[in-house]
Design a protein around this ligand. Structure first.
Ligand SMILES: Nc1nc2c(ncn2[C@@H]2O[C@H](COP(=O)(O)OP(=O)(O)OP(=O)(O)O)[C@@H](O)[C@H]2O)c(=O)[nH]1
Ligand SMILES: [Mg+2]
Length: 341
C-alpha cells in the first residue's frame, strides 16, 4: 500500500537520538543493536472487527475508510511509511493481520518478524478487552516470550460511553501489572483521528528506546544491569573517585552526551531538585553523588523520556540488552593498524 506523506505527528517530547558509527575520543564503539536498526516493523493484531484495518488505513493514507466507500479490505497489504513520518527518521512498516483461524499461520509469522505489536480491542465491546487477557497476551507470550514490546490500542473510543470506560480501568490496570511486555495502552479513534499516530509513535519508541531493560515496572526500580551501566558511566566522570561529580565533571558528561553545558545557576537548580527528592543525592560539599546521578535518570524514565536515558547509554556503547559493546581500543594497537608507508 502506498503511504501518503503527511504532516509530522506531534507527540515526540524530544528528537530521539540518532547515533553515529565509529569510536570517539574515549574509544567507545557504537555497537548498539538499536542503533544499527534501519527500520521498524509493527504488526497490528486483535479480535475481529476491533478496528485493525481502519487503523492501518488511516495511518497509511491519512483518511478513514468509510463504510459507504466500500469500507476497508479485510486485511490490507503492509504499508511502509515515509522516512520522515516521525522525527527519528527510521522507516516504519505497519502490517495488518487477519483474526480468522485461516490466517493464523500468517499471523504467527508476522508477530515473529515484528519489532513491536499493536494489540487492538474495541472500546465499545468490553468482551474484546477480556480476550486481551484470556487469549491474546497469553498467545503472544507463548510466541514471543515477552521479548517484543506490545502497545495496547483501544480502538473506536468515539463509541465508548463514560460508564463503560470506568469499568474497563481495572482490567487495564491488571494488564499493565501482569504483562510487562505491554509498554503502554492508548485509546484511539481512526474515525476521528484521535491518538492514531501516537499508537504508532509509541510502537516505534518502544523499539528504539525500550523501557524494559531499564526499569522494572512492577517494583518501580531501575534494573540491576542498568544500574551497573550507570555506575560505570559515573565512575568515568568521577575522576578523583570521591563518589561525587563536580560541576565541571557534570558538564563534561553533558557535553559528551548532549553537546550542551549548563550555566552555574542551572546546575544549582538541578542540585536543588535532586536534594529535595533524593536523600544523599547531593553530598555535604554540594556535589551530585551517584545516587543523585541515578535519580536524574529515573526521573527521565518516569516521565516517559527514555530516549534521554538511551542517549546516554548508547553514547557509552551499550546495546538494547545493556551489554557493553566492544570498546577500548588500545592505543598501541591503533598505531599498529596504520598503513606502513
Ligand atoms: N466509530 C468508529 N468505527 C470504527 C473505527 N474504526 C473502525 N471502525 C469501524 O469498525 C468496523 C470494523 O473495522 P475494521 O477496521 O474492518 O476492523 P478489523 O479489526 O480490521 O476487522 P477484521 O479484519 O474483520 O478482523 C468497520 O465498520 C469500521 O468502519 C473508529 O475509530 N470509530
Ligand atoms: Mg481487517
Amino acid at each position: 500500500m502506498a503511504a501518503a506523506p503527511r504532516d509530522a505527528p506531534k507527540p515526540p517530547t524530544k528528537k530521539p537520538y540518532r547515533g553515529r558509527r565509529g569510536g570517539d575520543a574515549m574509544g567507545v564503539a557504537w555497537s548498539s543493536r538499536a542503533a544499527a536498526k534501519r527500520d521498524v516493523r509493527v504488526a497490528v493484531i486483535g479480535d475481529q472487527g476491533t478496528g485493525k484495518s481502519s487503523l492501518v488505513a488511516t495511518i497509511a493514507t491519512g483518511r478513514f475508510p468509510a463504510d459507504q466507500d466500500g469500507g476497508v479490505a479485510h486485511v490490507l497489504p503492509p504499508a511502509r511509511l515515509p522516512v520522515d513520518y516521525f522525527p527519528a527518521r527510521v522507516p516504519v512498516t505497519i502490517v495488518d493481520t487477519s483474526s480468522s483461524p485461516d490466517g493464523n499461520k500468517v499471523l504467527i509469522a508476522e508477530c515473529q518478524t515484528a519489532d513491536a505489536v499493536v494489540l487492538t480491542y474495541a472500546c465499545d465491546r468490553p468482551s474484546t478487552l477480556e480476550r486481551i487477557t484470556t487469549f491474546w497476551l497469553p498467545k503472544l507470550r507463548r510466541l514471543l516470550q515477552s521479548k517484543v514490546p506490545v502497545i495496547l490500542a483501544g480502538c473506536k473510543v468515539d463509541l465508548s460511553d463514560k460508564q463503560q470506560q470506568a469499568g474497563l480501568e481495572n482490567v487495564l490496570d491488571f494488564i499493565m501489572c501482569t504483562f510487562r511486555e505491554v509498554e503502554i495502552y492508548l485509546e484511539c479513534s481512526a474515525l476521528h483521528r484521535i491518538k492514531v499516530d501516537e499508537v504508532l509513535y509509541c510502537a516505534q519508541m518502544a523499539v528504539l528506546h525500550p523501557t524494559t531493560p531499564l526499569f522494572d515496572k512492577a517494583t518501580r526500580s531501575i534494573k540491576p544491569r542498568c544500574m551497573m551501566a550507570f555506575q560505570r558511566i559515573f565512575s568515568l566522570y568521577d575522576h578523583d573517585k570521591d563518589g561525587a561529580v563536580s560541576d565541571a565533571e557534570m558538564n563534561a558528561f553533558l557535553v559528551r552526551c548532549f553537546k550542551v553545558s549548563l550555566q552555574p545557576a542551572e546546575i544549582a537548580d538541578m542540585k536543588r531538585v535532586v536534594q529535595q527528592h533524593m536523600i544523599g543525592g547531593v553530598n555535604d560539599n554540594g556535589l551530585i553523588t551517584f545516587i543523585g546521578f541515578l535519580y536524574l535518570h529515573v526521573v527521565f524514565i518516569a516521565k516517559g523520556r527514555e530516549e534521554t536515558t538511551w542517549t546516554v547509554l548508547r553514547k557509552f556503547g551499550y546495546d538494547n540488552e545493556l551489554v557493553h559493546g566492544f570498546s577500548w581500543w588500545p592505543r598501541a594497537l591503533a598505531l599498529q593498524r596504520r598503513p606502513i608507508s
